[in-house]
Design a protein around this ligand. Sequence first.
Ligand code: NOJ
Length: 559
Amino acid sequence: MGQVKTRWYKDAVVYQIYPRSFCDSNGDGIGDLRGIISKLDYLKELGVTAVWLSPIYKSPNDDNGYDISDYRDIMDEFGTLEDFKELVKGLHDRGIKLVMDLVANHTSDEHEWFKQSRSSKDNPYRDYYIWRKGKGKNGKKPPNNWTSRFTGSAWEYDETTGEYYLHLFSKKQPDLNWDNPKVRKEIIDICNYWFEMGVDGFRCDVITFISKEPGLPDGKWNPVVVGDEHFVIGPRYHEYIHEVCTESWNKYDSMTVGEGQGITIHNAEEIVGEEREELDTIFTFEHQDADFYMHAIPRKFSLKKWKSVFSSWQKLPQNCWPTLFYENHDQPRAIPRYGKMEYRNEVAKMLAISIYFQKGTPYLYQGQEIGMTNFKLDPKDYKDIISTRVYNSAKKFFGPLGAAIAKWGLNKRARDLGRTPMQWTAGEYAGFSTVEPWMTINPNYKMINVEDSKKDENSVFNFYKKLIKFRLGNKIIIEGSYKDLMEKSSKIFAYERALGDERYVVISNYTDKVVKYKVPEEYKGKESKLIMSNYSSSSDTLKDGKLLPYEAVVYYVKG
Ligand code: NOJ
């Protein structure tokens, strides 16, 4: 206790594990903690320095663990607390830190607090959740028009006490009432409990939703979700986060990364300004063009928007630390979204160069390091609560045409696409399990898998290994200034990182065409050398030239 924060996350590479799909050690088709333990040397070899573990707590799995029924114990399918302790030790022995998922906006309806809360209006836990009388003559209309991120009303009527409870996600995920100091104390105690067990930080799930506007007013009409303006960074958000931070997070050498639903660059300083003692860092979704709940609506990629979001974060003052990611368990795989599949290897490496030479904490989502991709899911394979709901409602209300449109959208955007089992080998069940896994395996595992990638010098895996090694401890990348180059281009993302008289010039072609470029005047005549690229034919020095499809190059320039 009482350690000063070293802010180790500023020189880290974080690997996200979605435990259900990572590695199954006991042959039940579901990934588990001992499966992760068996892959620790793999993580070490890749070179990552921290792991973010999606939820492993007890849960009835309505939303794959994001519905917690006991914050202090492990989900049966994943293992035991003893396994967890072994995992922490195994990670720490290898110099890898552990960041847990903290799901504190809501619990499961099977959590003891909620069971108590729903049992009577005068139960001591009643005020742990948000209960309201219904509207209308017989009180059978929801208290306001807010909608759940998972479709439908955000309110559920409960027969026992004749009132509604709020759930911004599924009805099995009732929202906690953060206005109740006892709830905040519970969350603080939970964080401290895990810190004492050795964890090094938390990824805070939909944390920007915790403070709801008093009176819970109706929201403005919106085609996707209603009510956001009344709880995204609500009136007491800062006060509550500061309390948890000073009572828990800041007492340990920790890191926190919030999930910033609804947050844009304009909120950056108020959310992660270091002197505020709130969150250290935050994931925002502006560059993805979507908060995670828009999972059936495909959008066109705009390089201009992508560049402007990343570069705005780079230009913030040093006290606002950026988060660098483009895959996670709520997103489809990146490669098909940003490039053509016939250039899979080049696109994967180009994205890596283009994003991970920036300042910030980079995240790698399991499978990203071998260039895993999407595939066409059959509706019977949908496992995610959003996919099944969207598909079933479209089918119910609009018949076969509705079903076909939903399927088309989901094949591009479904969260399921990023949750298929990790492809370890070309063998049975992709080496993930010895039995049929809980979720369909991408059939391309025979070509894209860890075992083969390790052997192939030119693989995405070996490229990431090199990039991570290059990045860690590199002062130009960690501390250097940032400058946009070729700002107007809608094909090239180019920037400079500089520290003293040393610079990296990073140039990436985001198209499948050959693109010509001119070197900015300021670099002409300066000594330069190629330090990284995804083609063996890239020019050795920085000069006017052309980039092949999805070519990305990094030059070191002196002076
Ligand atoms: C964000 C998580 O990333 C997502 O997977 C989950 O469904 C929601 N929060 C609700 O907890």
